[in-house]
Design a protein around this ligand. Structure first.
Ligand code: CO
Length: 451
């Protein structure tokens, strides 16, 4: 009887997981570029009554108000104000970009009057090999002239458009001995035959529904056309492009929208350009978050003193995906900290503070996970491997507050088709809901109370 009940309970959880994975796939497939990801989040926020603020206008904020602000078209911060006399900010940060290839200006290259290929350059540090032999397309944004105005239009060519074909094994017998990819030579996608010449931007214009001669600027990227897939003996794995970091961005938005109001201001924050060092006007190293927090404080008629008091009782989740133990390379992971897919939220540590987590931040976050009933696990690099960096320590140079670096375990990070677990997104949504509702109030030197 007990076994039967457990089996039913498992099924219910599975169904919940299925629905979340379905929504995650829908979000990622509708987000072939960071501009699309932000636009999709904006649509969701507006559907739930959030008001757009422009950085160039005065902000009139009200208790009970719900707002969002976009910078550069590819970074977004949403917040609401449950109480004018709030205790602090509960910020969850993630990123909208993923490694890809950016289409260069004047992209067409003719090959022997027979092929047209596209000139591209690397955006971020991708695994090159899995970009070969799969249908790709192009998406991004255009800047279009309309009278004396410059307007931005999203564009996505929603069909298989180009491909990077491998060289046959017969023409490179050493192909499986390790290959050094040359971005200018090996990675250019084939776009068409001779007749395609001169047609690329016309095709982009048509897809965007604008006149080609009115396009005066563009930011276009390749993206993988392969749809999401759920697989494995018990359908426990899922694969799709851009899990890093749209899985965290999706979970952050869902939790932000569904969380109850507490004594803090919940802040959903998604930065662009994490994959290229965050040093842009809309990146985590910019003043975007700082400016927004200051303007929230000012918009509510509070003093700078009150702003700094609030920061002392604020907390950030820097949410960016983590490496799970790899089944074929288990020795690449730290010997005593073994994060697995479907094992819960990963808390990331680094002695050099590439990850911001310290004993205190981890202690606070594990309490939140316990409250939410969500499992967590630990990631630390092997002591002889230099790991990556992420948002938290960079954002901390602009807005310094208690921060924990977390993520969800995945395999094949920075491949155009990454693998994660079907359970983990729900774990993060649950914990983030608890986080957004909480207040972490400084009550003494190194002493905090969780409200
Ligand atoms: Co990432």
């Amino acid at each position: 009887m007990i076994m039967k009940d457990m089996a039913i309970a498992d099924k219910v959880t599975d169904n919940e997981n299925c629905e979340t994975v379905r929504q995650l796939f829908a979000f990622i497939e509708a987000s072939p570029s960071p501009f699309h990801a932000v636009s999709n989040m904006k649509r969701e926020l507006e559907a739930q009554g959030y008001t757009r603020l422009l950085e160039g206008n005065a902000w009139k904020l009200e208790e009970g108000g719900k707002y969002y602000v976009i910078r550069g078209g590819s970074s977004i911060i949403a917040f609401r104000i449950p109480k004018k006399d709030f205790r602090g900010f509960q910020i969850m940060a993630s990123h909208s970009d993923s490694p890809s290839f950016k289409v260069k200006e004047n992209p067409e290259i003719e090959v022997e009057e027979h092929y047209v290929k596209l000139n591209v350059e690397k955006y971020g540090g991708m695994l090159c090999a899995p970009w070969f032999d799969r249908p790709l397309s192009v998406a991004g944004r255009l800047v279009v002239k309309e009278g004396n105005k410059l307007v931005t239009k999203l564009v996505s060519v929603d069909r298989d458009l180009c491909m990077i074909p491998n060289l046959a094994i017969h023409m490179n017998r050493e192909a499986n001995e390790g290959y050094k990819y040359n971005a200018q030579k090996d990675m250019l996608p084939l776009y068409g035959c001779e007749s395609a010449k001169g047609g690329f931007m016309a095709q982009i214009a048509e897809a965007a529904g604008v006149e080609e001669e009115n396009i005066i600027g563009s930011d276009l990227f390749l993206y993988n056309r392969m749809k999401g897939s759920v697989w494995g003996a018990d359908e426990e794995f899922m694969s799709i492009g851009k899990l890093d970091d749209l899985q965290c961005a999706f979970a952050s938005l869902r939790a932000f929208l569904d969380s109850e109001d507490g004594k803090s201001i919940p802040v959903h924050c998604v930065f662009d350009n994490e994959e290229v060092g965050s040093g842009t006007k809309q990146g985590a190293a910019s003043t975007f978050l700082l400016d927004t927090l200051l303007r929230i404080n000012e918009g509510l008629g509070r003093t700078m003193g009150q702003y700094h008091q609030a920061l002392a009782s604020s907390f950030m989740l820097s949410a960016d995906n983590a490496h799970g133990v790899h089944p074929n390379q288990p020795d690449k992971a730290c010997p005593t900290n073994r994060p697995y897919i479907n094992g819960g939220i990963v808390i990331k540590f680094s002695a050099n503070q590439k990850y911001t987590t310290d004993g205190l931040a981890a202690a606070v976050f594990t309490q939140i996970c316990n409250k939410a009933g969500v499992p967590y696990q630990i990631f630390v690099n092997r002591s002889d491997i230099l790991g990556g960096s992420t948002l938290g320590n960079i954002s901390g140079t602009q807005v310094a507050l208690n921060t924990v670096d977390i993520g969800l375990a995945q395999l094949a990070m920075h491949s155009p088709y990454e693998t994660g677990g079907v359970k983990d997104t729900d774990y993060l949504i649950k914990a983030a809901k608890e986080f957004f509702r909480a207040a972490i109030v400084e009550v003494g030197e190194g002493e905090y109370q969780l409200l």
